[in-house]
Design a protein around this ligand. Structure first.
Ligand code: ADP
Length: 419
């Protein structure tokens, strides 16, 4: 608490957004839910940190109607080490009904493979994804700010001849570092964030393109022509496009694919001129990528393997989930297992006291050791680790988190030797 920010004046509170997703079955009025959540927060008297908060079991209305309540973006105001006390905060509650439709897909006539999937935002599948992705601080905020500015320019009708912005985002980095997920989560997050001040856009869709087929663009173009639509186009692994183009230019590809690739690039150029499109692309190539449209990306962000802090927090969130579901428990610790945040742990280790020998510090220290052992593993591999560890245990219920973590460290060593 000593390091929390200086108390602001009463009328000058920190604004923190609180996202509330309704259960698909809920028929409650958004306004009523908003009021109920505001009242619940008033009574709550707990500090604000990013992440989900528990719905009080005694509040039948909220329990019946709400799927998840999540505190967001406190990091805007405080560093990693600090917390916001309840009286310093003015919560801004946004309530959303998640779309349960699931993706609609388009099957390619010849191959029967789906060429794209389309979601209405905010989609149930992406709920919680933004919070679950952990990167060095600033990356997610940078992308969010960029995309929000791009949409604001569109909304305000900025003349693209005077100020140019392309609305293309490129995330590149090794496989499994969360690029595709980050694109999806970003689209969903924008839906939440921008709901505040823009009511012009009524339909938000995410189209995930699986393979590069020019005819898709016709469909996108049709959707884009509706001014009330906002379309995110997600193209994974754009390098395949680059490779096809290079092969086409060198004459080693059949002329069919030359046509496809050229059509695609032309279509992308056409799309770019529509203000209600954001093109999200990912690439697994870590070196510089050199293709025509990628050069025009406004923002290129390198998404690398998770840092020690991110690895620790990813594993911590995995363990917390195992504790929540009862797969992992502690027989000795009556109060339940406490997994310290990375910031608390490193602070504590720096000021070693006898208190450090308490069992929950030990567990956190083992967790740190596991996170250290995972250097170089992708986020995707990290999220699989607890499962592999569990599969390596003899019992299906583990009552000793320290033992679980020791097994995890062995599993990491084994995984690494099998890469
Ligand atoms: P990419 O597109 O880079 O290959 P994905 O988006 O398919 O990666 O990532 C796969 C999964 O790995 C994600 O859904 C997520 O569960 C996990 N993951 C990867 N990186 C991270 C990270 N930095 N923080 C949290 N989870 C991550």
């Amino acid at each position: 608490v000593a390091s929390s920010p200086a108390p602001p004046l009463a009328e000058d509170k920190f604004i923190v957004s609180v996202e509330v997703s309704l259960k698909p079955s809920s028929t409650a009025r958004i306004e009523d839910v908003k009021l109920a959540v505001e009242r619940m927060l008033e009574k709550r008297n707990l500090s604000y940190v990013d992440g989900p908060i528990d719905i009080p079991l005694g509040d039948a209305f909220l329990v019946d109607n709400v799927q998840r309540i999540c505190v967001c973006d406190t990091e805007e105001w405080v560093g990693n080490h600090d917390i916001l006390l309840f009286w310093q905060v003015k919560p801004l509650v946004h309530v959303f009904q998640l779309s349960e439709e699931g993706p609609s897909e388009d099957l390619d006539g010849d191959s029967q493979l789906s060429s794209f999937s389309e979601w209405t935002l905010p989609a149930k599948e992406f709920d919680g994804m933004w919070e679950s992705l952990i990167y060095e601080s600033g990356l997610k905020q940078r992308l969010l700010r960029y995309a929000a500015s791009a949409l604001l320019f569109t909304e305000k009708g900025v003349d693209p001849f005077l100020v140019s912005w392309n609305r293309i985002i490129l995330l590149h980095g090794p496989p499994g570092t969360g690029k595709t997920s980050l694109c999806k989560a970003l689209a969903q997050k924008l839906r939440y964030v921008l709901d505040l001040d823009t009511h012009i856009l009524s339909w938000w869709k995410l189209m995930h393109i699986h393979c590069s087929v020019a005819k898709l663009f016709q469909k996108i173009q049709d959707m884009v022509e509706e001014e009330n639509n906002l379309i995110f186009v997600l193209i994974d692994e754009v390098e395949s496009l680059a490779a096809a183009r290079k092969a086409a230019l060198s004459g080693s590809e059949p002329s069919d694919s030359i046509r496809v690739v050229n059509a695609l690039l032309t279509q992308m150029d056409k799309l770019k001129s529509s203000p209600n499109v954001i093109i999200l692309t990912t690439s697994n190539i870590t070196a510089a990528i050199d293709i025509a449209f990628v050069d025009r990306a406004d923002i290129k962000a390198y998404v690398g393997p998770p840092t020690l802090q991110a690895r620790y927090e990813i594993l911590r969130s995995c363990l917390q989930e195992l504790l929540r579901t009862g797969i992992l428990s502690s027989s000795q610790d009556g109060d339940g297992v406490i997994l310290q945040s990375y910031a608390c742990l490193t602070d504590k280790l720096a000021t070693a006291t006898t208190e450090n020998s308490q069992s929950h510090w030990n567990i956190s220290k083992y967790l740190l050791e596991a996170a250290e052992a995972c250097e170089g593993l992708s986020g995707r591999s990290l999220r699989k680790l607890p499962f592999l560890t569990h599969a390596a245990l003899v019992d299906s219920q583990c009552h000793d988190p320290t033992k679980f973590l020791r097994t995890m460290i062995n599993t990491i060593t084994r995984e690494r030797s099998e890469i």
